[in-house]
Design a protein around this ligand. Structure first.
Ligand code: R2B
Ligand code: URA
Length: 322
C-alpha cells in the first residue's frame, strides 16, 4: 500500500491522467454544460484560475463568489456572478478573478463527477499552480457548533484513509493524503479574535447522512441511543472530530490529480448532543461564512493583497462578467 506524505510544492500545469483525452475532437464536459469546441475561449475565461473552491449547495457557492468579488475588490461594477454551468441544473460554476466557485452536491459520487470535469476544464484552460478546497458543513464531535474544522486526515466508516472504487471489476484504493503544509497555512489564517474556534482533526467521511452517521432519526435504524453513544465514544477515542460526506473522495482525487487540496468545514451541531440540525437560517448563514473566511484569508495572503498589492495589478486580466 502506498504511504505518501503530502507535498506543498506548486503543482505546475494542471494535468489529466488520461491518454485518450488527446484524441477527442471535442470534449463535452457534460455535467457542467461546457465543451472544448473553442479552447481559446476557455483559456481566456478560465486561464487565470488559481483557486477552485467546491461546496455542496449552488446557492452557497453563488454567495461565496459574491463574497470573494467584494473582498478582492472585484465588484466595483456591481455584483454580477455568471453561472458558467447555466446550461444544466446539476452543478453551478462561478468565477471571481482567480477564484472558481463550484457546487458539488451531496456525497462522493456527485463530487467526483464535477471534480473530473473541472479538472479537465482547468487543464484545457492551461491553468497552473491551482489549489482546490472543499468548503463545507459537517457534524462536530464534542465541538461547539459553529466551529471550523480543518481536515488533517479523512477516513471512512472503518477508519481507513483509502478511497475505494471499482474499475473494470477490480477494487482500486486511492489514499486520501492531506497536504500538511496547506493545512498549516490555513490554520495560521485563524485569528485570536475570531468569534469561532478553528481546529484541525480527523474527519470521518460517510456514504449516508443517517445510518452511516449513527443517526437515530432516519427512516431506518437498527441500533439504539446507547449503541450510538458508544460509537461516538469510539470516534472520540480515534481523534475523529467531525463527520461529513465528501472529504475522503475529495482528498484522494486531489492527490491522484497532483493538486494541492484541503477541506474546511463548519460544524452545524454537536453529535454528542443531538442528531437533528436545529440552527436557524440567519445563524446558519453566519456560520457558513466562517470556513469561507478562512479560505478567503489564505487566498488574500497568496495574492499578496494583505501586503497592500492592488488586486487588479495582481490579476490584470480580471473581467467582471463574461
Ligand atoms: C455535509 O452536509 C451534507 C449533508 O447534509 C453533505 O454534503 C456533507 O458532507
Ligand atoms: N453534514 C453532515 O454530513 N453531517 C452532519 O451532521 C451535518 C452536516
Amino acid at each position: 500500500m502506498e504511504t505518501v506524505i503530502g507535498t506543498s510544492e506548486s503543482n505546475g500545469p494542471v494535468k489529466v491522467r488520461n491518454p485518450h483525452i488527446k484524441s477527442l475532437s471535442v470534449d463535452h464536459l457534460y455535467h457542467i454544460a461546457l465543451d472544448t469546441s473553442d479552447i481559446d475561449k476557455l483559456e481566456s475565461i478560465f486561464g487565470d484560475v488559481k483557486f477552485v473552491c467546491f461546496g455542496g449547495q449552488p446557492s452557497r457557492m453563488e454567495g461565496f463568489v459574491k463574497y470573494i468579488n467584494k473582498e478582492l475588490g472585484l465588484d466595483t461594477h456591481g455584483p454580477c456572478p455568471q453561472n458558467y454551468a447555466a446550461g444544466t441544473d446539476r452543478y453551478c460554476v462561478y468565477k471571481a478573478g482567480p477564484v472558481l466557485s463550484v457546487s458539488h452536491g451531496i456525497g462522493i459520487p456527485s463530487l467526483s463527477i464535477v471534480f473530473n470535469e473541472i479538472l479537465k476544464l482547468m487543464h484545457y484552460a492551461k491553468c497552473r499552480d491551482v489549489t482546490f478546497f472543499r468548503i463545507g458543513t459537517c457534524g462536530g464531535i464534542g465541538l461547539e457548533p459553529g466551529s471550523v474544522v480543518l481536515t488533517e486526515k479523512a477516513v471512512d466508516g472503518e477508519f481507513s484513509h483509502f478511497y475505494k472504487m471499482f474499475i473494470l471489476g477490480k477494487r482500486v484504493e486511492r489514499p486520501a493524503i492531506v497536504d500538511e503544509s496547506l493545512v498549516q497555512d490555513l490554520e495560521a489564517c485563524a485569528r485570536e479574535d475570531d468569534e469561532f474556534r478553528t481546529v484541525r482533526g480527523i474527519t470521518m467521511c460517510t456514504e449516508d447522512f443517517y445510518e452511516c452517521q449513527a443517526r437515530l432519526d432516519g427512516a431506518f435504524c437498527d441500533f439504539n441511543e446507547q449503541d450510538k453513544m458508544a460509537f461516538m465514544q469510539t470516534l472520540k477515542e480515534n481523534n475523529i472530530c467531525n463527520i461529513e460526506m465528501e472529504s475522503l473522495g475529495f482528498l484522494a482525487l486531489c492527490r491522484h490529480a497532483g493538486i494541492k487540496g484541503a477541506v474546511a468545514c463548519v460544524t452545524l451541531l454537536d453529535r454528542l448532543e443531538q442528531d437533528y440540525i436545529t440552527v436557524d437560517i440567519p445563524k446558519l448563514k453566519k456560520w457558513q461564512v466562517r470556513a469561507q473566511t478562512l479560505i478567503l484569508r489564505y487566498i488574500k495572503k497568496k495574492l499578496g493583497i494583505e501586503c497592500g498589492l492592488i488586486p487588479s495589478l495582481v490579476y490584470p486580466q480580471t473581467i467582471w462578467c463574461y
